[in-house]
Design a protein around this ligand. Structure first.
Ligand SMILES: *Cc1c(COP(=O)(O)O)cnc(C)c1O
Length: 381
């Protein structure tokens, strides 16, 4: 029976230390793993804006946007997102995942070749696979040299590279200057998913484009409302004609209920706060730098990245699980990230810096890692 097969598969995963279970962060335990980089999800004004939107527009958009689920607050949010990203227009989806499926499957027709970076987020990979089912050519690359050779030999009418701005498990950035040069040279386009860069990179949090001082209408921006913006949902930003096309052709937009009003209210307020209080961004970066340096001085392989993502590479899954458990006993929540999310033998703790950490807390995190290092033996880190 199917159920027996599923039991067997789960047992197999369990025996490899790869079975996942859902847990909630216990009261009093400090969350070191959330993507709420600026602490906006629980900000008083963000919560109030969410409540107010729910009060005014209800618990649901009640229909697809094209039917009757459109309401003034979403349009306001889209205008604010377009202004924030310096694009003509923006379109909101119910998640970042849905935004990627929407834009990539809509653009990836049989005249299109998609060049997908191998370290891309699962939603980009899934979206490219979906497009390939309906005829798009799909190739994967890692190095820029490979991207160049794929573009050079492609005979597709439309060529689109697809990449993360910030690689979510390593925290490093796409080499945007180089990628953009290649894109221009080969008359291609770039779908750039800046889920982790939105609200964290650049002087005013506009993302990887601002970080490198680059903008180009060949870039199709994707972002999420669910990370630094402390809400839920996703968006695509770019040329007006692109957005008008997606409204017609992006199936997760057309066939899904409009963004929840509370999420729209929260995201709009978060965008306002990021612009009103830019010191949050700097604080987040500073905390990431400080904690990374502390962990490295304890002997941990904490990667030094320009994003708030602070991966601590541990190696084997069981060791990462053990470390995570030991940290939890000391009041810190930091789940082990394992295969298949990261390569085998590269299990890690993926810490994420927050703007709301004070130096006293940084000291306590350091002390906990120091103790844990001893408890599992220093040879293992
Ligand atoms: C988190 C993430 C997403 C998914 O966004 P959601 O809004 O959580 O669905 C997409 N792309 C990247 C790179 C991400 O890190």
């Amino acid at each position: 029976m199917l159920w027996n097969d599923l039991e067997t598969e789960l047992a197999r995963r369990e025996s490899l230390n790869l079975r996942r279970v859902l847990r909630t962060v216990p009261d009093g335990v400090v969350d070191l793993a959330s993507n709420d980089y600026l602490g906006l999800a629980t900000h008083t004004e963000v919560r109030a804006a969410a409540a107010e939107a729910a009060e005014k527009f209800g618990g649901s958009a009640r229909a697809s946007r094209l039917v009757s689920g459109n309401y003034s607050l979403i349009a306001e949010l889209e205008d604010a997102l377009a202004a924030f990203k310096h694009t003509e227009s923006a379109l909101v989806f119910s998640s970042g995942y849905a935004a990627n499926l929407g834009v990539i499957a809509a653009l990836g027709d049989s005249q299109t070749a998609l060049f997908c970076h191998k370290r891309n987020h699962a939603s980009l990979v899934d979206a490219c696979r979906l497009a390939s089912v309906s005829g798009a050519k799909l190739r994967f690359y890692v190095t820029s040299a490979k991207l160049v050779s794929l573009l050079e030999t492609s005979d597709a009418e439309r060529k689109i590279a697809v990449a993360d701005g910030v690689f979510s498990m390593d925290g490093d950035l796409l080499d945007l200057p180089e990628t953009l040069e290649i894109i221009r040279k080969y008359d291609a386009y770039l779908i750039l998913d800046d889920a982790h860069g939105t609200g964290t990179l650049g002087a005013s949090g506009r993302g990887i484009g601002e970080h490198f001082g680059l903008h180009d209408e060949r870039i199709i921006w994707v972002g999420t409302l669910s990370k630094a913006l402390g809400s839920q949902g996703g968006f695509v930003a770019g040329k007006r004609v692109l957005i008008d096309f997606l409204m017609n052709a992006a199936r997760p937009f057309v066939y899904s209920t409009g963004l929840n009003p509370a999420a729209a209210g929260a995201a709009l307020k978060a965008l306002e706060l990021i612009q009103r209080e830019p010191q949050r961004l700097e604080k987040c970066r500073e905390n990431s730098r400080i904690l990374g340096a502390k962990l490295r001085s304890l002997g941990f392989e904490a990667l030094n990245q320009p994003s708030p993502i602070l991966p601590v590479i541990v190696g084997e899954s069981d060791k990462a699980l053990q470390l995570s458990k030991q940290l939890e006993l000391r009041g810190f929540w930091c789940p082990a990230i394992r295969f298949p999310t990261v390569p085998r033998g590269k299990a890690r703790l993926r810490l994420t810096a927050s703007a709301v950490w004070e130096s006293e807390l940084l000291g306590r995190i350091e002390a906990a890692f120091d103790e844990v290092r001893r408890s599992i033996g220093s040879h293992s880190v």
